[in-house]
Design a protein around this ligand. Structure first.
Ligand code: GDG
Length: 724
């Protein structure tokens, strides 16, 4: 496996002219280190020092890093300023954390982001072998999946976003929203910490790119892409073992001695405006004001790790925090008691674990946080088993740690009350809440997280299961086989195959060019052409009935042979419709943009034009309601691309095609874009030329990107006849 992330798990430090490496801090580095250490493969990333400072030592750095299985991407001072400090941390980071007021949309920063993403992709593509999986991480590298895909079309690519994916209304503020989505959709699998983020991402894909999804599988495009939630865990055993170690035990005693046996409240973050440090301090201030009985009996240890010190907002925030801490200590403190012990630096791992273990209460109250590992690490380090976690409901971790005291970090009085509740909570309740959380943290480790992600990635379409692009020699061979065959069968789906999807079903009428090419194919006595569609009889007859082609309507329920009349292939009993139609209509009334379509053997609920939010809420409920009914009435419910189709009895396109297939044609070609066409592909004899139109898993042998390419192919086949 190749990991690609902005930072490598080791950071280069330059001291007295020589360079050495230390482990990187931060959630991502901490989390993936064990995954990387356990496997082969490589980690591609920036070593943390600008290229200018490394000049002349690049080869040595490269060699040293190779010893850690790391491959460097060197970034200049300007790259660091514009790509990292600029676009990543002044546009994406604030926007994705809902700090729209801090987001700056600078074109030169965007250019730098693109340029640097190119370099990461190029390096990853050089290192990777075709059978490797490439796992790209986080918001600095959102263009990388598509850029790798351009270079290595068949390699498996996963992407994981460690920060929130914001609601569509916020995401759409970004001028380069489409490019970012296109970049991410270069991956086979896009992972997020929570289902909320998955939903937001799918909404954005729908609204901006017009691509819907079925249960997280993004529709359309050249390949299948899946979005899924993978809540990240921690290395539980590492924290637990460290917390129980005698050295840490001694450190805990030391800390307790320092605070004079008072209760300890702990706060640990990278210094960042998303972490809600000012609001937290305000809440502690209010708590001391409102609860004089607690004065002198509690100490807040505030550990802030320096971060992004070159970005102005961070320097401002640092000043404000310094002032606020000074004010609180000045106002509430006494000669023998300083309310806040303030550390602005990174501490060694054992020291951190000792702080976790020593703390009676952990205050983890970010304004927004993708996950927040500190909350989980605190839970894992509670050897006595009775610490209290106060946790923001806006941290991804809140979805798993429901037994914490959940707070809204903007509600300062509410947080002040939660601090008091935490300090005064009965021991039994503390133990009970912590035990449940600890079980969950132990069960969902970082290794499990990575294994789940990689297993899902491995099960995605690989080169073996994705249809081959129909091009080059394959295409020439197909054209030659067609030309040589004395009898040929062409089975063509209509919507999405011969014409692109239109906003309403009625708007996809065949144009003159399409009718001409079909007429020319049908006019060849060696050819049998059938349009195999899900549409109703009336529309097919009106649009194509005058051509010398066979028609299959309603996914095979009706067949009209050339020159013949419509014939039903299934018995008609429409009583079930009276039960189903009212349900569909009720859901359509409550989902603006959705419509109900009725055909002789089926009912269809179309939601292509519905609002993404509304369809996300309604579709699963509607499917649930229909599946219950379907079991009673022997109905088939099919969820397709922006449609839910309900039909009675078992008929499908493949059965309808059987009558022609039996006649043993020398050359058979079938093309379709939908899952109903899979039945058709599956019913054809080996050696048939089957073409999946668009992306995704398929039984078909080949794929073409869209209707334009299908029509070009048909024109070529039809044209061949003329030349002879
Ligand atoms: C991003 C997302 C998401 C902190 N201080 C010290 C220290 N740390 C370690 C902690 C923890 C990590 O840093 C911080 O992780 P978080 O998850 O809390 O936050 P971010 O850095 O913002 O991480 C976040 C994460 O990615 C993973 O996806 O959870 O939402 O923002 O592991 O232990 N480690 C040491 N000394 C310190 O002083 N040794």
């Amino acid at each position: 496996m190749i990991i690609v992330s902005n930072r490598l798990p080791v950071t280069a430090k330059q001291e007295e002219g020589s360079i050495h490496f230390v482990p990187s801090v931060g959630g991502l580095a901490t989390g993936l280190r064990s995954v990387h250490a356990s496997g082969e493969g490589a980690w591609v990333g920036w070593p943390g020092i600008a290229a200018e400072a490394l000049r002349g030592t690049e080869a040595a750095v490269r060699r040293d890093l190779a010893g850690h299985n790391c491959v460097p991407v060197f970034l200049s001072d300007r790259d660091v300023r514009d790509y990292y400090g600029g676009f990543s941390n002044r546009a994406i980071w604030p926007l994705f954390h809902y700090f729209t007021q801090h987001a700056a949309y600078d074109r030169s920063h965007w250019e730098a982001y693109r340029r640097v993403n190119e370099r990461f992709a190029a390096t990853a593509a050089e290192v990777a072998r075709p059978e490797d999986a490439i796992w790209v991480h986080d918001y600095h590298l959102m263009l990388v999946p598509a850029l790798i895909r351009d270079r290595l079309p068949e390699v498996r690519i996963g992407f994981f976003l460690h920060i929130p994916f914001p609601s569509y209304e916020v995401f759409r503020l970004l001028p380069w929203r489409q490019e970012i989505l296109d970049g991410l959709l270069g991956a086979d699998l896009v992972g997020f910490h929570t289902y909320d983020y998955v939903g937001h991402f799918l909404d954005a894909v729908h609204a901006i790119l017009g691509r819907g999804n079925v249960s997280g599988n993004v529709e359309g495009g050249e390949r299948a892409v899946r979005a899924e939630a993978f809540p990240m865990g921690i290395d539980y055993v590492r924290f637990r073992t460290a917390a129980e170690a005698p050295a840490v035990q001694r450190e805990v005693e030391r800390i307790k001695g320092h605070v004079g046996g008072r209760k300890v409240i702990l706060s640990v973050d990278r210094l960042d405006y998303t972490k809600g440090v000012l609001e937290r301090l305000e809440a502690f201030d209010l708590f001391l004001t409102e609860n004089p009985a607690w004065r002198e009996r509690v100490t807040l240890i505030l550990l802030l790790v320096p971060s992004r010190t070159r970005v102005e907002e961070y320097r401002d925030l640092k000043r404000q925090i310094d002032e606020r801490v000074g004010r609180i200590n000045g106002r509430h403190g006494s000669v023998g008691w300083i309310p806040i012990g303030y550390l602005y630096r990174s501490v060694p791992f054992e020291r951190l674990v000792a702080l976790y273990r020593a703390a009676d209460v952990a205050l983890v109250t970010p304004l927004r946080d993708g996950m927040n590992l500190v909350a989980k690490e605190y839970v894992a380090s509670q050897v006595e088993g009775d610490g209290v976690l106060v946790l923001s409901e806006f941290a991804g971790a809140a979805q798993e740690l429901g037994e914490a005291l959940l707070v809204n970090p903007n509600d300062v009085p509410g947080m002040a009350r939660a601090i008091r509740e935490a300090l005064e909570m009965p021991k039994r309740e503390r133990g009970e809440r912590l035990r449940r959380m600890a079980e969950r943290v132990r069960g969902h480790t970082v290794d499990g997280w990575a294994a789940d992600f990689l297993a899902e990635l491995a099960s995605r379409d690989g080169p073996d299961r994705a249809p081959q692009p129909l091009a080059g020699d394959d295409l020439e061979r197909l054209v030659a086989e067609y030309a040589a065959a004395e009898t040929r069968l062409l089975l063509l789906d209509y919507d999405g195959t011969l014409v692109p999807f239109a906003p309403t079903p009625g708007a996809a009428k065949p144009d003159r060019a399409l009718r001409t090419v079909l007429a020319r194919l049908a006019g060849d006595p060696r050819n049998e052409v059938a349009i195999v569609s899900g549409r109703d009889r009336e529309t097919l007859a009106a649009w194509l009935g005058d051509l010398d082609v066979a028609l299959v309507a309603e996914h095979g329920a009706w067949v009209r042979e050339r020159g013949g009349a419509w014939r039903a292939t299934v018995a008609r009993d429409a009583a079930w419709k009276e039960r189903v139609r009212p349900i569909l209509e009720r859901y359509a009334r409550r989902t603006p943009g959705a419509i109900v379509e009725e055909k002789a053997f089926s009912l269809t609920w179309h939601f292509r034009r519905a609002e993404p939010y509304a369809s996300r809420l309604r579709v699963p409920k509607l499917l649930g309601a229909l599946r219950d009914l379907a079991a009673h009435l022997d109905l088939h419910v099919l969820a397709g691309d922006h449609v839910i189709e309900i039909k009675a009895g078992a008929f499908h396109k493949g059965q309808a095609a059987a009558q022609w297939v039996e006649r043993e044609f020398r050359f058979i070609l079938a093309a379709g874009d939908d899952r109903t066409d899979e039945d058709l592909f599956g019913a054809l004899p080996a050696g048939s030329c089957t073409i999946k139109v668009g992306g995704g898993r398929s039984r078909a042998t080949y794929r073409l990107p869209g209707p334009r390419e299908v029509r070009a192919l048909l024109a070529r086949l039809a044209g061949g006849r003329r030349r002879r």
